[in-house]
Design a protein around this ligand. Structure first.
Ligand code: PEP
Ligand code: MN
Length: 337
């Protein structure tokens, strides 16, 4: 349930409600809105009588959250969450584009890509050091050496880094090298991984599982929030359908649906959603038109030689062109880019 405080509730009254919630054996999560403070009361599924909190000073009303995701819901936090990454804001007026290769492959490859995407206006660099591949014989990523290259690129080129973490043990290892921890589609329901990233202070980019409903996706976000990491970025990356013409089917509906249900920023990955270079630009433009807060796009200087996902990677010149088109669409929907 949530405790909605009066507009003029004092910090002391808020503190007292939090203390009472904890005394009753529940956890209190604060949502400090522009208008008022809302306190999320989270516990196991034990019942709690609303009267226990309604009587406290400064409380306007106590209401149950009907959705199974509580902290992720708009009821708990009506205002959009803006996730801050090294001074950048994701989820506000500005649309941010993350770009880079599927995997870090070499010093030349990652540096060349980083300079190119920066020049085009991308604000963050992506690149996997640990790759979740469908085959154990496919390229698995450079591991720690890849992370070291990413940190070096960040230092030289000045772009924050987004990279996938595949296991709870790697969360700490990755800390010094990356700015945003990506949870891949295949790990969306890896609950021990979600809990572990929930205890860090790094923003989490949570991909939607390829066979997950929007509700399941938001429940995974809830795992991270419940552990008090409130900086979650949702990423729609296409789902599996009967269609075989594309690698996945971009669920455009998921953008407005998620934006209605949750305050968290929503971005789109048009590369994995389509699986084909020739379709990436159309999907990217549709995503911005539909209200996405950003994109994550695979760019490789030599897609024909890429060790993973070359077939869906844009060359730097195509990415440059796409960024110009996206700026026009962003302006048309009242966003900056
Ligand atoms: C990726 O971003 O390279 C990736 C593996 O994505 P997903 O988890 O969406 O398949
Ligand atoms: Mn990829």
């Amino acid at each position: 349930m949530i405790v909605i405080m009066e507009r003029r509730a004092s910090p002391k009254q808020i503190e007292d409600v939090v203390a009472r919630v904890e005394e009753l054996g529940f956890r209190a999560h604060l949502s400090q809105g522009e208008e008022r403070t809302i306190i999320g009361v989270i516990g196991d599924e034990r019942p709690l009588a609303t009267e226990a909190l309604e009587v406290l000073d400064g409380v306007e009303r106590v209401v149950p959250i009907l959705q199974p995701f509580k902290l992720a819901s708009r009821d708990f936090k009506p205002d959009n969450t803006v996730v801050k990454v090294n001074g950048l804001c994701l989820g506000g007026d500005e649309i941010l584009v993350i770009a880079g290769p599927c995997a870090v492959e070499s010093r030349e490859q990652i540096f060349e890509t980083a300079w190119a995407i920066k020049e085009s206006g991308a604000k963050l660099l992506r690149g996997g050091a640990f790759k979740p591949r469908a085959s154990p014989y496919s390229y698995q990523g450079m591991g720690l050496a890849g992370l070291e290259l990413l940190a070096e690129v960040r230092e030289t080129v000045g772009l924050p880094i987004v990279s996938e973490v595949m296991s709870p043990e790697d969360v700490e290892v990755m800390g010094p090298y990356v700015d945003v921890l990506q949870i891949g589609a295949r790990n969306m329901q890896n609950y021990s991984l979600l809990q572990r990233v929930g205890t860090t202070s790094k923003p989490v980019l949570l991909k939607r599982g390829m066979m997950s409903s929007i509700q399941e996706w938001l429940m995974s976000a809830e795992y991270v929030l419940a552990n008090r990491n409130y900086d979650v970025i949702l990423c729609e990356r296409g789902i599996r359908t009967f269609e075989t013409a594309t690698r996945n089917t971009l669920d455009i509906n998921a953008i407005p649906v998620a934006k209605q249900l949750t305050h968290l920023p929503v971005i789109v990955d048009p590369s994995h959603a389509t699986g084909k270079t020739s379709l990436v630009a159309a999907a990217a433009k549709a995503a911005i038109a539909a209200g996405a807060d950003g994109l994550i796009v695979e760019v490789h200087p030599h897609p024909d030689r890429a060790l993973s996902d070359g077939a869906q990677s844009l060359k730097p010149d195509a990415f440059f062109k796409l960024m110009g088109e996206l700026r026009q669409i962003a302006a048309a929907v009242g966003r900056r880019m």
